[in-house]
Design a protein around this ligand. Structure first.
Ligand code: ATP
Ligand code: MG
Length: 351
């Protein structure tokens, strides 16, 4: 069956954007696909090298996966650094990808800021490692938020260039399948991965700035709702969320030019699993002073069970570590086969 891969960085507290844009989709895909869900710890050291408690952060993302309903027995849950193929294949992809491709990435520009010369080389090469994460398992589908669209296009470019450059060697090794590339057909080894960026919340915005996405690494904790926030914290953050002074519109067009209002209505719709138009039909004409408490109730009701299950799981780190170890072993077995093939294709002598 089609294979799904996706990753989350252990860079801080998981938030509502990660939950609605990624993790909730991970859960749904389990019914129809073979899934690998990865805590991408090697990515977490690209923007910031030293972390106060990286093991705790890795365990907390794992706990969130499990609490949200990912089943580590039927699928694979593991942390990236445990499987050495990620770093190995990333090196090879560093030699496939071009520097110009990396320089164009908006995530790099945003995260590197003004002092680009001083960003880590790892931050620049981040998309190569991400391509390796996905293609190490030859995953065909990758559920992500909208911010990862450009990186997934680059993953496709890397797979296409590898397939194209090695087409004859792939055929000679008997490892290819015919793939259409423009007018030509090449022997492809890596699939051209399809991004799954759909659903009602592909880009949840910061509660403090409707032009910025909600992020784990945003220094302001008020900018996001964390999965670990209690009811009181959720209420405070939504109460303080930026809005404009107008009442809610009753139709979708009325949200144009009102990014903060649009974001809060979008969050409500995604949590309720109802269309935005429906929410506006219900709340149109009402003030934020009425809408916000309704949003608080809904957020607390939806996230509460996930939060309490996360707390329960975090009390037993031994269990979480056992899940990651078992997942790492199963992921490692798939990765090993890919690396053998890749070495054979390139001509790197191996047993
Ligand atoms: P960081 O600030 O460290 O990059 P992040 O919040 O962007 O953290 P990631 O670990 O980089 O989280 O991304 C994990 C997944 O969550 C990805 O699929 C990403 O597209 C998705 N995601 C991140 N932020 C949002 C958001 N605001 N809305 C929807 N999806 C999001
Ligand atoms: Mg991110």
């Amino acid at each position: 069956s089609p294979r799904v891969f996706s990753g989350v960085q252990p860079t801080g507290n998981l938030h509502l954007g990660n939950y609605l844009g990624a993790i909730r989709k991970f859960v749904a895909l389990q019914e129809s696909h073979d899934c690998l869900y990865c805590v991408v710890d090697l990515h977490a050291i690209t923007a910031q090298l030293v972390h106060d408690d990286l093991p705790g952060q890795i365990r907390s993302i794992t706990a969130a996966f499990l609490a949200a309903g990912i089943d580590p027995a039927r699928h694979i849950v593991f942390n990236q650094s445990r499987v050495s193929g990620h770093a190995e294949l990333a090196w090879i992809f560093n030699c496939v990808a071009r520097i110009g491709w990396m320089n164009r990435m908006t995530q790099f520009k945003e995260k590197a800021g003004k002092d680009r010369e001083n960003a880590s080389l790892g931050l620049l090469a981040y998309p190569s490692l991400m391509a390796a994460d996905i293609l190490l398992y030859r995953a065909t589908q990758v559920p992500v938020g909208d911010d990862q669209k450009q990186h997934l296009e680059l993953t496709r470019d890397i797979a296409a260039k590898f397939n194209n450059d090695f087409s004859q060697k792939i055929a000679a090794a008997g490892l290819g399948v015919p793939m259409a590339m423009g007018d030509e057909t090449v022997n492809g080894y890596f699939p051209i991965t399809e991004p799954l960026i759909d659903g009602p919340a592909t880009r949840v915005m910061s509660l403090k700035d409707g032009a910025k996405k909600m992020s784990k690494s945003d220094p302001s904790d008020l900018s996001r709702i964390n999965l670990t926030d209690d009811a009181e914290a959720i209420a405070r953050k939504i109460r303080k969320a930026k809005t404009d002074p107008d009442a809610l519109p009753s139709e979708l067009e009325g949200l144009a030019g009102r990014p903060e209002a649009d974001n809060l209505v979008g969050i409500y719709a995604a949590l309720a699993e109802r269309p935005k138009a429906d929410i506006l039909a219900e709340f149109g004409g009402r003030q934020f002073s009425e809408f916000k408490p309704a949003l608080v109730d809904l957020a607390v009701e939806t996230l509460g069970p996930v939060t309490s299950e996360m707390r329960r799981l975090m009390a037993d780190p031994g269990h979480i570590d056992a899940v990651l170890k078992d997942g790492g072993e199963r992921a490692g077995a798939i990765a090993e086969r890919t690396m053998k093939d890749v070495k054979q294709i390139i001509g790197l002598l191996d047993d």
